[in-house]
Design a protein around this ligand. Structure first.
Ligand SMILES: Nc1ncnc2c1ncn2[C@@H]1O[C@H](COP(=O)(O)OP(=O)(O)OP(=O)(O)O)[C@@H](O)[C@H]1O
Length: 279
């Protein structure tokens, strides 16, 4: 008979025993900290000694003319682009420049791209269900095994994104705005600490924009949210603090009223300026 010890697989660690990623530590500072970050593409400085901090629970809007470096900044935070120099920290514990894209996502940084990418053939509910599954290999068996707790989280998310009535509809038949909200819901199912949202209201109706504003404002506090957006009316409706990027650097920061009165900001928006900024 085999000794008992031979039956114990010592190198096997059950999922629930694995240490979780160490949580983000915001006791001594902001949730996101960029210091003197630079990146060049073929000699062109897309980001030029950019320094920026985002506080825990804050809702921040980032604006700036085309080519200001907004997308590149998001790419750096999420690990898609490596800067040439500078520092990027998630809380005081995680040096993001030492991590790759999947590791950064696992830490709790979620990104919503401009174009919604939902599973069109699946229902709204199923989309949220899949997004909440941490181990994608379990997908085929998932629907049969949903426990009460998981179901409750999906219900809560449906309510938050105001799609409870559409829960059983295929995602493909939703309006553009509803798809955007569903995708935000899918990100929320992964419990992010920091959400990066790229141009959420492009192509939306006024009504959809108002609902999106309500949704994003509702997330602040529980999550930190960074929104890149061109629509100044929308930015004005949600932002406490706005950062204006220009030529890869922070040009101005403050309330929408403060930055729109800044003559340097008006200057970089020349062409479509004043009325766009004060709308
Ligand atoms: N992979 C790349 N290779 C070469 N140049 C790039 C690359 N990525 C970005 N750039 C350049 O860097 C600058 C900043 O681009 P970025 O897309 O970050 O600006 P943006 O503020 O997001 O602009 P928009 O509002 O138009 O989306 C632009 O001049 C762009 O052409």
């Amino acid at each position: 008979m085999k000794p008992l010890s031979s039956l114990i697989q010592r190198d096997r660690v059950f999922d629930f025993l694995k240490p979780r990623e160490s949580p983000v530590d915001v006791r001594h500072g902001p949730i996101l900290y960029l210091d003197e970050v630079s990146v060049s593409f073929d000699g062109f400085k897309a980001i030029d000694r950019l320094s920026l901090t985002i506080d825990d629970g804050e809702l921040r809007c980032i604006i700036g003319p085309n080519g200001a470096g907004k997308t590149t900044m998001m790419d750096i935070i999420t690990g898609k682009t490596r800067p040439d120099s500078g520092e990027v920290w998630f809380g005081t514990r995680h040096d993001l420049l030492r991590l790759d894209e999947p590791q950064i996502a696992t830490l709790g940084i979620g990104r919503k791209f401009q174009k919604p990418t939902v599973f069109e053939a699946l229902s709204v509910f199923e989309n949220l269900e899949l997004a909440g599954a941490s181990d994608k290999r379990l997908w085929p068996s998932l629907f049969a095994r949903l426990d009460a707790q998981a179901r409750e989280r999906i219900e809560e998310t449906l309510e938050l994104i105001q799609l409870t009535e559409q829960r059983d509809r295929a995602a493909g038949v939703l309006s553009h705005g509803q798809k955007q909200w569903l995708e935000i819901g899918m990100l929320l199912m992964q419990r992010p600490r920091l959400l990066l949202v790229d141009e959420p209201v492009a192509g939306m109706t006024e009504r959809e924009m108002a609902r999106t504003a309500e949704l994003l404002r509702g997330l602040a506090g529980r999550h930190s949210v960074v929104v890149v957006e061109h629509d100044m009316g929308f930015v004005r409706s949600i932002a406490n603090k706005v950062t204006v990027l220009h030529q890869g650097r922070v040009l101005a920061e403050g309330t929408m009223d403060q930055v729109s009165k800044d003559s340097r900001v008006a200057e970089v928006y020349l062409g479509a300026p004043e009325e766009e900024l004060v709308r």
